[in-house]
Design a protein around this ligand. Structure first.
Ligand SMILES: [Zn+2]
Length: 92
């Protein structure tokens, strides 16, 4: 999954987009959102969807399905840890 947002720097290795060039990050391509919920109850997915809907009501959000968590980042500054909210699920 390639997450390129106009005006942002895209890592040539993993394809993720960041507000700052050479932003420090775990350089692994994003995974599949549904994989995080493959063994979860429907209530867990419903809770995530409710959180995502609430956050999205505030502004554009990128959903970043990483290896062990799902990060929600403002679409305009999907870069720094200090600016992003994180929703964690158990996976694998
Ligand atoms: Zn990378």
């Amino acid at each position: 999954m390639r997450q390129v947002v106009t005006g942002m720097w895209a890592c040539p290795e993993c394809g993720r987009s960041f507000a700052s060039r050479n932003q420090a990050h775990t350089c692994v391509a994003l995974g599949d959102l549904d994989r995080h919920f493959a063994r979860a109850s429907p209530q867990v997915r419903a809770a995530f969807d409710a959180v995502l809907a609430s956050v999205s009501a505030v502004g554009p959000v990128q959903v970043l399905p990483e290896k062990t968590r799902i990060a929600l980042a403002p679409a305009s500054c999907a870069s720094t840890h200090s600016r992003r909210a994180t929703w964690c699920t158990r996976s694998g």
